[in-house]
Design a protein around this ligand. Structure first.
Ligand code: 13P
Length: 358
């Protein structure tokens, strides 16, 4: 394992306020989104859509890496250029989703285990040859009556750690994604407790599988109340609670945290991330970034609708979401003007982590 190469890649993925574009929807998920937007569900429309995304002019200024799906990494631009080369030429590192999905966990109704470890060493070698320099694996944890169970958390954390160790062996940075999903009526506090338990277990397993924390990225959920919880939380409450949970559980050696959007609206996902950066960035050991799929792509897919004539407008919408003006604007303002000016223009003073109500 070349530890320095892993560390350099992991740092590059979260450098300069950039984030990841998750464009690794499986064929069935991609088809579902196409069906909702009235787009034909074929290999060619999926290819054309992915070409639209990665040829967006200027995308590399806000996106450091793009996560591809197995079908996509084997595809080419219309002119025959392999997609991995298209990304590299745009200054974007190619990545690959390597899990094969969440399946029912035997004996655990309502819970899943993510599969894909069989043959993974060989698949990683092939993806590396094709140009991938990082990989993603998503575990899914659902909150409900009596769940997630301890055994589901442990099984998923163990699989994540086995995957991460294999990635590092292959020279690829693992993006470790334990997602506590938003479905349900649970409270913000319950999500906080579950997220902390999941992250603690995941880092225990990563440690016991000898995963180098400096050579990985964590892709967690934000801490949120369930979608049908009668009490929803403000942007500040989400930012504070999420930071508190991560501060307690994520080792300082991890270079970056890239949030998933998980079905939040594009605007809310950006606002919550921006608030975390705005209020805590200066005191955090890790960079805070995004690895959004829906929160970046949704407007683009709705504008495109499978029509060539809409490509430019869809690309502009994508760029707009990938480059949240608030995040960049406020970070720059904070650096240039200091916190008093931010307060004067209505921003909230950056809090010390010690000031969070624990
Ligand atoms: P969302 O941002 O749509 O949650 O997707 C992120 C992702 O990569 C899920 O694995």
């Amino acid at each position: 394992m070349n530890a320095q190469a892993l560390i350099d890649t992991a740092r590059a993925l979260v450098a300069d306020d950039k984030g990841l574009l998750a464009m690794d929807e499986s064929n069935s998920t991609c088809n579902k989104r196409f069906a909702a937007a009235g787009i034909a569900q074929t290999e060619e429309t999926r290819r054309a859509y992915r070409e639209l995304l990665m040829t967006t002019p200027g995308l590399g200024e806000s996106i450091s890496g793009a996560i591809l799906y197995d079908e996509t990494i084997r595809q080419q631009k219309q002119d025959g250029t392999p997609f991995a080369k298209v990304l590299n030429d745009a200054g974007i590192l190619p990545g690959i989703k390597v899990d094969i999905g969440a399946k029912d966990l035997a004996g655990h109704p309502g819970e899943t285990i993510t599969e894909g470890l069989d043959g993974l060493r060989i698949r990683l070698q092939e993806y590396f040859q094709m140009g991938a320099r990082f990989a993603k694996w998503r575990a899914v944890l659902t909150i409900g009556e009596g769940i997630p169970s301890r055994s589901c958390i442990e099984a998923n954390a163990h699989a994540l750690a086995r995957y991460a160790a294999l990635c590092q062996e292959a020279g690829m940075v693992p993006v470790v994604e334990p997602e506590v999903v938003m479905d349900g009526d649970h409270t913000l506090e319950r999500c906080c407790v579950v997220t902390e338990e999941v992250l603690r277990t995941v880092f225990n397993q990563l440690n016991s599988q000898r995963v180098l924390p400096e050579g990985m990225i964590l892709k967690p959920n934000m801490v949120l109340p369930g979608l049908t919880c009668p009490t929803q939380a403000s942007v500040d409450e989400v930012a504070d609670t999420t930071m508190k949970s991560l501060w307690r559980t994520v080792p300082a050696a991890v270079p970056g945290i890239a949030f998933l959007s998980g079905g939040q609206s594009a605007e809310l996902a950006s606002a919550r991330l921006n608030t975390m950066n705005h209020r805590f960035k200066m005191q955090l050991p890790w960079a805070l970034a995004f690895s959004f799929a829906r929160a970046i792509q949704q407007p683009a897919v709705e504008i495109w609708r499978g029509e060539e004539v809409n490509v430019r407008a869809a690309q502009q919408a994508l760029l707009h979401r990938a480059r949240p003006p608030l995040q960049i604007g406020e970070t720059c303002l904070q650096l240039l003007l200091g916190t008093a000016h931010l307060r004067a223009i209505g921003g909230r003073r950056p809090l010390g982590l010690g000031e969070l109500a624990l």
